[in-house]
Design a protein around this ligand. Structure first.
Ligand code: UPG
Ligand code: MN
Length: 751
């Protein structure tokens, strides 16, 4: 092919005029925010001059500190809007199928109660049927619970796949997750093709039987022979290669189906198992000796494949000869199937997936996001971009030092494809089982570099962010593939407590990285301009939880001052007031522009403002406490699994956009207390404002309190007016009433 008729596999362009407007807005906001900081600083100086300790001076001090933190975070966030890009891919230009690389798919599950087996199996079936040569696809299911039901269900799923996969490929089914396909409510067209309808009916019966079997498995009526006495916390490693039987070939038509490997690593009480990162590292090793595909797709168990062409889309980047030598992974957005129209918990994570990652894509690439990414295997083994390894690095004894004492695994590092798997005849030569089981044992990693330099990194419960950051630091880049049809769809928590627990984990994990030796502020910031911006973005995420500090300050001091008729902000008629208005409006407009650009509306804007406030005062605050407790050695930060089940009342409340606080712990207390305090201050302050005719002086604080009240309405309602089980738990309501009441009383008595 000559250069003239070379057709690119993908294109990329900067999103304009957004990028230019963003830069202009930066200048405007910078000036106004500096003026506000100057105003606060000078007032603080005068206040301290007159009274060292008074409500006014203390409040001004905290508001000043809060603004400094906000300003710092605002500076860090500037990398995201600097150069947003959008990409297109052309999978039809890929070389023919037999030159496509092999792909291992990792699916992670950890608890059959919180993660319904049928959903996990739907994920498995959906990826088995993707549009990619079956003999080049290998699916690995990691089961951290070591649950028999998952193993048995996998075998059942495999049997079903022998019909499901050919059916999908023959009729070119658009969504290859059986549950979605057979969900009658989602079928929009009456298909007249008789053969198709007959086949569909036949497979539907099979699928229903399959579901029935799994239900029985769960009820223990249907048993599957087990060899071990197992519990979730303690079980030996177990690996089963579920593969195609040579017989029965008449049913299978011309299609082979991908292999499925069930992996449950060893677990022992008292031994750290490193959560998802630990499970991923086991899969890396086990798959290394079985199939050793050069690319890996990682999926959470609830993320089914919604577009069978996703692997080919990803290959448009990985197979581009220019980009490929430095490309570590292709990230797809996380999108969700069970989000309600209201999306009160902002589960869409719009800002991350619809704005920030587009921005990072224009720098060195998006953050590794846990699921929906296609990573190049060797990058996880510590390889450097474009680097050729010297012969020393290929010496098995040296490799063992880093990678552990397995001949098989170390051989897999130097050989292109594993000797256990013969690609031509697509059957496994049965690997020596003992050797593979060792790779999944608790002790294998002792004394090796796994988790520190190799594989997924330990040390943070956001193993994805941490590992991706490490890859970027090693010089790799990533790309963001955001097709209009969602490539994968997952499940979001639909009550406030689950959302809170999830957000707390993310924030704690990010803060762990911020406080580690890998702090993005130190790491890599001086390499180049793009790198500096990229590191700032990483740092913004790492320090995300510090937003709780300005939120606490703004939730306490303006209210206390308003209650006492003290003014914290300039009068409406003063020229300084303008700077405050510009800062406030500019940040609102920036946010609104983002929301509209993501195809969302004013409701999303309100929801995000409210959610930001609520999480800042709960999840983020407790994340800081969690990390602090870890630092002083009192407790560890845990990976609390997100619940993926819900009952009917919960679903109904969620669909109706009603906040569901059921099950919330005292973690909710700061948010509820401050919302009541704001309500009290608003009433008391407004009364004072009228009585002393201080409209002009206190107007800003009045408006500010009204704004907070509007944001905190669901909390107020949940404490004071609701009776259903989704209200704020009585224990939390009681304590927040006591606390906010005492603060207000204290103010009346002593100030
Ligand atoms: O010890 C564990 C804990 C979790 N998981 C699996 O990890 C996945 C993600 O867990 P989930 O509870 O669904 O967490 P989320 O908060 O929804 O996950 C987000 O955040 C995680 C980091 O905290 C990332 O790993 C995920 O990919 C990302 O979707 C699930 O498939 C789990 O089965 C394990 O395999 N072992
Ligand atoms: Mn999840």
């Amino acid at each position: 092919m000559t250069d003239d008729n070379y057709l690119p596999l993908h294109t990329c362009h900067v999103i304009e005029p957004t990028a230019t407007i963003n830069r202009f807005q930066f200048l405007l906001h910078f000036c106004a925010a500096s003026a506000v900081l100057y105003y606060h600083a000078s007032h603080l100086f005068f206040a301290f001059h007159f009274h060292l300790v008074s409500l006014t001076s203390v409040s001004l001090a905290f508001i000043f500190l809060a603004d400094v933190v906000l300003f710092f975070m605002w500076l860090l966030i500037q990398g995201f809007p600097y150069r947003p890009v959008s990409r297109s891919v052309f999978p039809e230009r890929l070389p023919d199928d037999n030159t496509l690389p092999a792909l291992d798919i990792f699916i992670m599950t950890a608890d059959p109660d919180k993660e319904p087996t049928i959903e996990v199996m739907n994920t498995v079936l959906s990826v088995m049927a993707i549009d990619y040569p079956s003999e080049k696809l290998h699916i690995y299911l990691s089961d951290d619970a070591g649950a028999d039901v998952t193993l048995c269900a996998s075998k059942e799923a495999y049997s079903l796949a022998r019909y499901w996969v050919p059916f999908c490929k023959r009729f070119g089914i658009a969504v290859r997750c059986p549950e979605v396909f057979f969900d009658d409510s989602k079928i929009d067209q009456q298909d007249s093709d008789k053969e198709f309808s007959q086949e569909r009916q036949k497979i539907k019966v099979m699928y229903d039987t399959f579901k029935e079997k799994i239900k029985k498995l769960k009820e223990n009526k249907y048993s599957c022979a087990t060899r071990f006495q197992k519990t979730r916390q303690e079980h030996p490693s177990q690996i089963e290669i579920i593969r195609e039987e040579e017989s029965n070939s008449t049913d299978k038509e011309d299609f082979t189906i991908p292999s499925l490997v069930y992996v449950s690593r060893e677990k022992r009480i008292g031994v750290q198992h490193r959560f998802k990162a630990g499970a991923l590292n086991v899969l890396l090793r086990v798959s290394g000796v079985i199939t050793n595909s050069p690319y890996i797709l990682v999926l959470d168990c609830d993320m089914y494949s919604n577009d069978p062409s996703s692997a080919r889309q990803a290959m448009c980047f990985h197979l581009d000869s220019k980009l490929s030598p430095s490309l570590a992974f292709v990230q797809f957005p996380q999108e969700f199937y069970n989000i309600s129209k209201n999306d009160i918990y902002c589960a869409e994570i719009r800002q991350i997936f619809k704005t920030f990652w587009l921005g990072l894509d224009g720098l060195r690439g998006p953050v590794l996001s846990g699921t929906n990414y296609f990573v190049k295997r060797c990058t996880l083994y510590g390889a450097r971009p474009g680097g050729t390894s010297n012969s020393e690095e290929k010496e098995i004894s040296r490799l063992k030092h880093k990678f552990g004492n397995s001949n098989e695994f170390c051989l897999s590092l130097v050989e292109k494809s594993s000797h256990y798997f013969d690609e031509k005849i697509t059957t496994y030569v049965n690997p020596q089982k003992e050797n593979i089981l060792t790779l999944a044992s608790c002790d294998y990693e002792n004394g090796t570099q796994w988790g520190e330099r190799i594989g997924y990194l330990y040390g943070s419960v956001v193993e994805d962010y941490f590992t991706g950051f490490h890859l970027h630091c090693c010089g790799w880049v990533s790309t963001y593939c955001f097709p209009s049809k969602p490539a994968f769809l997952g499940n979001v928590p639909i009550n406030f407590n689950d959302t809170l627990v999830q957000n707390k984990r993310w924030n704690a994990g990010l803060l762990e990285v911020a406080l580690s030796s890998h702090c993005p502020l130190i790491f890599g910031i001086s390499k180049s301009f793009n790198w500096a911006l990229q590191s700032m973005c990483y740092a913004w995420l790492a320090f995300w939880s510090v937003f709780s500090f300005p939120l606490l300050c703004y939730g306490i001091f303006p209210q206390l001052c308003f209650l006492n008729g003290i003014s914290l902000f300039p009068e409406v008629t003063s020229p300084c007031f303008g700077a405050f208005v510009v800062v406030f409006l500019s940040s609102c407009i920036q946010h609104l522009r983002e929301v509209f650009r993501s195809g969302r509306n004013l409701t999303t804007w309100c929801n995000e403002q409210r959610f930001w406030m609520m999480i800042g005062l709960t999840g983020q605050l407790f994340a800081i406490i969690d990390v602090f407790l870890k630092l002083v050695g009192i407790s560890a930060v845990n990976f609390d699994l997100t619940n993926k089940t819900a009952d009917k009342t919960q679903i109904k409340r969620y669909e109706n956009g009603v906040f569901d606080f059921e099950g919330c712990s005292l973690m909710l207390l700061p948010a509820t207390t401050l919302s009541l305090l704001n309500l009290g201050a608003l009433i008391g302050g407004a009364w004072q404002m009228i009585k002393f005719n201080a409209m002009e002086r206190l107007f800003t604080q009045f408006i500010f309190s009204c704004f907070i009240l509007a944001l905190s309405l669901p909390l107020i309602e949940g404490i004071l007016f609701r009776q259903d089980s989704g209200r704020v738990p009585p224990r939390v309501a009681f304590w927040s009433l006591v606390l906010s009441g005492s603060i207000i009383l204290f103010m009346f008595i002593f100030c």
